[in-house]
Design a binder for this molecule. Structure first.
Ligand code: 5GP
Length: 210
């Protein structure tokens, strides 16, 4: 099969907690073998059901700060009073191997990523279909108590206020459709001319044959 050399891209997903961003990124990972998922570092406590090294790498503040000082993060931000960051080495390795990388990060992280690598970043915001859907999903998780749910709703309001800064916006009222839309965005973005450096030699060769 003919393959044209292309540049990998970084696909940043943001949304308020409970809008389904984690479900979408996990499903994409299973469906598309060209993508990898960035596993962030965080100082927040591990939740029941989460796996260290898979959902996040859970570290204490001193370990996090030492990595910041060593310039070990591609981006990092304070979210909900805890520190979150994207370790640089994994991303660089994945890109060198030709993989696209999915990120589940907040709007501050998205802005840093975009400022750092403007040509390689694609940003997608996932909106819930309504406030009540979001609240229900947060409550159904049952990992958080009422006070936490109320705080997360206030934080959701802040996160949603940044929706217009993103390249694409998906309203997730039905997971399968939202997933399909995310796949269509990724397919189209892969075909952007600047992401296909292999086109130049390919077309040159073809033109020489005319
Ligand atoms: P949670 O604690 O619910 O897993 O995540 C809280 C928020 O932190 C989410 O909006 C999530 O997207 C964001 N987040 C997770 N990892 C990172 C990261 O590495 N960098 C940034 N900037 N935000 C992150």
């Amino acid at each position: 099969m003919l393959t044209i050399e292309r540049r990998p891209m970084l696909i940043a997903f943001s949304s308020p907690s409970g809008a389904g961003k984690t479900s979408i990124t996990r499903r994409l990972l299973g469906l598309d073998e060209q993508v990898r998922l960035s596993v962030s570092w965080t100082t927040r406590p591990i939740r029941p059901g989460e796996i260290d090294g898979q959902d996040y790498t859970f570290v204490d503040q001193a370990t996090f700060d030492a990595k910041v000082a060593a310039d070990g993060f591609l981006e990092h931000a304070g979210v909900f009073g805890k520190s979150y960051g994207t370790p640089r080495d994994y991303i660089e390795e994945a890109m060198a191997e030709g993989h696209d990388v999915l990120f589940d990060i907040d709007w501050k992280g998205m802005q840093q990523l975009r400022a750092r690598m403007p040509d390689d970043v694609v940003t997608i915001f996932i909106l819930p279909p309504s406030k009540s859907h979001l609240e229900e999903r947060l409550r159904r998780r049952a990992q958080d108590d009422e006070e936490t749910v109320a705080r997360r709703m206030a934080e959701a309001n802040d996160e949603i206020s940044h929706w217009a800064e993103y390249d694409y916006v998906i309203v997730n009222d039905f997971l399968e459709r939202a997933l399909q839309e995310a796949r269509e965005i990724i397919s189209a973005e892969r075909l952007r001319r600047h992401r296909q450096p292999g086109l130049v030699p390919f077309v040159q060769k073809m033109m020489a044959e005319f």
